[in-house]
Design a protein around this ligand. Sequence first.
Ligand code: PLP
Length: 376
Amino acid sequence: MNDPFLLIRNTAPPPNIAKVSALADLAGSFHRGLRSYAATPLRRLDRLAAELQLASVLLKDESHRFGLNAFKGLGASFAMHHWLATHDVPVDAVFTTATDGNHGRAVAWMARQLGYRAVIFMPGHSVPARIAAIQNEGAEVVLVDDGYDAAVRLALDAADNRGWIVIQDTATDRYREVPDWIGAGYWTMARELEPAVHAPEQPEVDVVLLHAGVGTWAGAMVQYYWHHYGAARPRIVVIEPTEAACLLQSVRVGQPTPATGSLHTIMAGLNCGYPSTDAFDVLRQSVDAFIAIPDIWAERAMRRLAMAQGDDPPVFAGESGGAGVAGLMALMQDPAYAAVRDHVALGRGSRVLAWCTEGVTDPEGWQRVVGRPIPA
Ligand SMILES: Cc1ncc(COP(=O)(O)O)c(C=O)c1O
């Protein structure tokens, strides 16, 4: 059996940084102009850091971004705005995308604000709460039997066959521009940490944990770090679910390739069988390690974050949202990842940053894992 990790030596800067950085400037100004925009909080988890024998753990908490329970609104809103700024769009235009939940909700939310129709393709096994959240934004949901990757194909086909505007957060060989815009929108998350954590010369964190589905978000953060710090960047670990580790597998074989797992994981937002081709190009040589974690760590992280100890604030993280902390706990507590820990020098002196990218998007599932309903 393969190791549940891959170590990258001789890292190099990713492609496309200057272009995305310029777009990210536009995205930042656009976000600041939105009425519902506010920087999300940074939580200090000192007790968790002590338990894991680390110097500090910081958690950027996206669980309430734009009231959408996830960070995805940053990418979708800017991409849709930029599309409208660069195209003639008729008033009866239809925006479409495929989603495991969060990105589709963000597209539906923005379409409603802009006064356009949205049609969102979702895997047939999506939980009712995530489907309802998108319908509640006024969008039509189309369930697709074959899962996320088939939903992406259908959304792209709808553009070809019906002229709908696809705002998809994953790149393929024939669809590359919009995912760049979405990635540029995500830079706002990193920029909100300037100057305190992301100080001008050197970051105030040593190790950053980025979880990935298709990899667009992780790729955007990696471009940010290389752009700002070059070789002085923090060390970076990418985390995926064991059953949907398409990036780890792709980097292992040297080209975009399907995940070998079952695609059964509670981390629905990360349940992608095939990576974004552009995110693969960004991540393959520019991070220090990839790890795959089983669902048990996602569950432990959700419980640990919800039932905070000491002065740590409670954080109500969704299954995918808590994956950064889940990966950190696995790295520090499971001997299977000892080589990764050594490779990125994760230990008593380390200052660690993770993101909670999602709040509770499936209240029943959350209660099953955490053992109590979400507090009102
Ligand atoms: C909550 C959450 N976190 C992280 C991600 C990962 O983003 P990406 O698919 O760009 O890798 C997703 C994707 O849907 C998500 O929903």
